[in-house]
Design a protein around this ligand. Sequence first.
Ligand SMILES: [Zn+2]
Length: 181
Amino acid sequence: MTTTAGLTDAELDVVCSYIRMIADTLGLTEWEFRVEDLVPPDDDENPPWAHIDFVYGRRFATIGLCEDFRDLTDRRQRHVIVHELLHCHLELLMQEFKIALRGLGGGQEAPVDMAIALLCQQVEYLTDLMATRIAMLLPMIDWTTDAKETREADLHEPGTHALRGGEAAPEQDALPDVERC
Ligand SMILES: [Zn+2]
C-alpha cells in the first residue's frame, strides 16, 4: 500500500525527517513544510520531480513530490530536496518584488507578466546552480529505519517535524496563495 508520492508510510516518515534535517542545515529553522503528491499538468511532457508552493506572508511551504520519487537516484533525490528548500530563501524577496512590479506597472499586465516571468526564470537558474553546489556538501537520504530513528532522535529544537500529506497546515486559510515560481 502506498500513500503520498508513491511512498509507504515508513518511507514518507523518512522523507519528512530528511526534509526537516536539510531545512535546519540550510538555516530554515523557522519554516514548516508539508509533503504532498506532485500533480503535474496533463500536457507537461517532462513533468518535474518536485515543486514547492508558498503561502504569502508565512514561513510555510508545501513540497510536492513525483510519484516515483523513491525510484530516483540518491543524488537526484538529494538535489531535488535541496533545490526546493533553497527556493525558500528567495521566496520572500520574490513575493515583495512581484507586488512592487504590479504596483509600478500601472495596470499594464503584459509587460509586468513578462518581467515576472524573466525574474522567475533567472531565480530558477540560480536556485538550481546553488542546489548543485550545496547538495554535494549534504548527506543523501538514508532509507533504512535505523537511520531514520537516529535522525529523529537528533532532531529537536529549533525545527519542528515536517508535516505529512493530509496534516493540517497551521492557520493559513485566510491567506492568499502565491503563484508558484
Ligand atoms: Zn525550482
